[in-house]
Design a protein around this ligand. Structure first.
Ligand SMILES: [Zn+2]
Length: 680
């Protein structure tokens, strides 16, 4: 291959990947070349004849393999946000190769000896607190990967890592395929019964994108299917749509994920035991704030018990609402959102269709930026001169208080068949200072349904909250102010990482923010005070349902990773039995059923870690109190402490200490229970 842009120097603004020049075929060569290069650099560190120093070992590792990681970041951002069959095939091919490459590094004996020697001598090296933390992270990373095992153990652990990487890739691709393949085509009045204008417009747009001009399509994207379940008065159609949504990864055939789950759990269990842990959950939690499965269970149980009681009360009300209109049936999962919407309207006079015209995507983006400006002094300006990977992606430059360039933010907001579902933040480049001031390039990816051409895109309140959530993660990456890549931005304990994102959601609901940015898409009028008040009053509505659908997932994720012998596990049966044991109401399903539970099975990220959202919520609910107590949601002093200890600190401080430095004390669970309306 002649010119490969992935291997050349990037002369684009801010060294954004040169997307316009990159073709899928470039990745393979870049990976092959990059891996050879990285291996040589790492081997040189390991085999150096010089005595190990922090500089020649840790700093050298921090900057090794740069061309490989640059290409890999570009690649994995694309396979998540804008993939195609060629990239997917390469993704499957590369998963075990990257795992092998990783294993060869962390299982390199000579390299671990150097790191271990530094770790043993850490008190004498004259390192500052940040460097010491980085050394600790390296030592722990190698240990947890099996660096201390004998030769046989190392061989086996490397095999397991490769197979797990392949399984995780297949799991994610299967879910994406099930989602991309499904469409519920609506034609005629009976099919559209009950649907508000915004949803009809979005369904028409989804149909147009699929070449079904003049019809309406509901996809399995949350932004379409949730409002459909809320508003459709056609119960059989609701059932059809819900069943398809719920059966992702469980349809039999090629995209069925159940065997993948069984095999994944078996391999994870084997890996944990090889490393001396009782179970994979014990292994995984050892490197978190929670530390043990018991601590996680204790928190989840404290929430589960009142949430279940609340959900049962809610269900009774929904049953009543269904009866009132002559529906003589048990509330089923495809009924819940529909009747909840009716009860909400009856109790609070609040309906989603009334709210939505005030929630324009562009204005909510502005609100997220403005909140960051008020809290942290940074500003955002759109850049139209930077080419990215899809015309829908927007680029914004972040400047610091003094007007200096401080980072780049990409916003990729709309659902499309080439994008996996969900919402996430990722980095094309992380902030660090090892090669001068390297500024971050951060992306937020979402799945909102796009408004019709020329029309504003309108969000649900949940969508708007998701935008704030991901932008909170985005700021954690953008405001990062550390020296080493290892601890940059969101490189913190998994059960701490949701603090900056969930905390950020709190600002969206503030009258100070909504009254300015929630403006009607036609009249430009701000959201009326009465509507703001109703929104506030209905804040805890349906929290039994939301807490139960989330917490059941967190408990089952934990339990799955505690199973002593996962070999031969019947996933469907296990899920059924577990839910029965939990006394899960039949009208609610897990937010993510096991066969499409990507957090747990599309890679190791949130495996035995889905509880992290709740763990972080103990902190974020409590943290916002610092602003409330100051009587100002943008209080300067609290914002300054938040910036110093959390948003800019990356993985530098111990998470519990970082929280206390911000709040002046450890977090209490009271605010979480109160925030969800579950306090006794
Ligand atoms: Zn998050």
């Amino acid at each position: 291959m002649s010119h490969n842009p992935l291997l050349a120097d990037w002369s684009t603004p801010f060294e954004v990947p040169p997307f316009a020049e990159i073709a899928p075929a470039h990745f393979k060569e870049a990976f092959d070349t990059g891996m050879t290069e990285a291996r040589a650099e790492i081997d040189a560190i390991a085999d150096s004849l010089e005595a190990p120093t922090f500089q020649n070992t840790i700093v050298a590792l921090e900057t090794a393999g740069e061309r490989l990681s640059r290409a890999a970041r570009t690649f994995y951002n694309l396979t998540g946000a804008h993939t195609n069959p060629e990239l997917q095939a390469l993704e499957r091919e590369m998963a075990p190769k990257f795992a092998k490459h990783g294993s060869e590094t962390v299982l390199n004996e000579a390299l671990f000896k150097r790191i271990d020697a530094l770790w043993e001598a850490r008190e004498t090296l004259g390192l500052d607190a940040e460097a010491l933390k980085v050394l600790e992270r390296y030592h722990k990373m190698f240990q947890r990967a099996g660096a201390g095992l004998d030769a046989d153990g190392k061989t086996r652990i490397a095999e397991i890592s490769q197979e797990l990487a392949s399984l995780g890739t297949s799991f994610a691709q299967n879910v994406l395929k099930d989602e991309a393949d499904y469409k519920l085509v609506l034609e005629g009045e009976a099919d559209l019964a009950g649907l508000p204008d915004f949803l009809i417009a979005a369904a028409a747009e989804a149909a147009r994108e699929r070449g079904l001009e003049g019809k309406y399509v509901i996809t399995l994207s949350r932004s379409l299917i949730e409002p459909f379940l809320q508003f459709s008065t056609n119960r059989p159609l609701r059932e059809t749509a819900f069943r398809a949504w719920s059966a992702r990864g469980e349809g039999g055939g090629e995209t069925d994920n159940r065997e993948i789950v069984e095999r994944t759990l078996s391999l994870r269990n084997e890996k944990a035991r090889l490393l001396g842990f009782e179970s994979y959950a014990h292994y995984k939690l050892d490197d978190t704030m929670a530390k043990t499965p018991e601590a996680v269970r204790e928190l989840l149980t404290k929430v589960w018990t009142p949430a279940l009681a609340r959900a049962k009360e809610e269900e009774a009300k929904l049953t009543e609402a269904a009866r009132a209109e002559g529906g003589n049936f048990q509330i089923a999962p495809w009924d819940w959102r529909h009747y909840a919407e009716k009860v909400r309207k009856a109790e609070f006079d609040l309906d989603e269709a009334e709210l939505k015209p005030y929630l324009q995507l562009d204005r909510i983006i502005d609100a997220a930026f403005d909140t960051a400006t008020q809290l942290f002094g940074v500003t955002f300006e759109e850049r139209k001169d930077i080419t990215v990977y899809h015309p829908d992606v927007r680029v914004f430059e972040m400047k610091d208080r003094d007007g200096n360039h401080a980072g780049l933010f990409l916003g990729d907001y709309f659902a499309r068949p080439s994008k996996r579902s969900g919402a996430w933040m990722s980095a094309f480049r992380s902030q660090h200072k090892l090669k001068g001031e390297v500024t971050p390039i951060i992306v937020n990816v979402m799945n909102f349904s796009k408004g019709a051409p020329g029309e504003a895109t309108l969000l649900t309140f949940d969508d708007a909250r998701t935008l704030f959530h991901e932008f909170g993660h985005g700021l954690h990456g953008l405001l990062s102010n550390v020296t080493y890549p290892m601890i940059s931005g969101t490189s913190v304990a998994r059960d701490f990482v949701e603090l900056p994102s969930q905390l950020y959601e709190h600002w969206l609901g503030q009258p100070e923010v909504l009254s300015r940015f929630a403006t009607h898409y036609k009249t430009g009028e701000p959201m009326p005070k009465a509507l703001l008040d109703k929104l506030k009053a209905a804040e805890n509505f349906n929290q039994g349902f939301a807490t139960v659908e989330y917490t059941s997932c967190a408990l089952i994720d934990l339990n799955l990773h505690l199973i002593e012998k996962p070999e031969g596990l019947d996933v469907t049966e296990y899920e059924r039995e577990s839910l029965e044991e939990l006394d899960m109401p039949s009208s609610i399903t897990m937010r993510h059923r096991i066969p499409h539970f990507a957090h747990a099975f599309a890679g190791e990220g949130y495996s035995a870690g889905y509880y992290s959202y709740m763990w972080s919520e103990v902190m974020d609910a409590d943290a916002f109190g610092a602003f409330e107590e100051a009587g100002n949601v943008f209080d300067r002093a609290a914002a300054e402490r938040l910036y110093t200890n959390i948003y800019s600190a990356g993985g530098k401080p111990d998470p519990a200490e970082a929280y206390e430095a911000f709040r002046g004390r450890a977090p209490k669970i009271d605010a979480l229970l109160k925030g969800r309306g579950l306090a006794a």
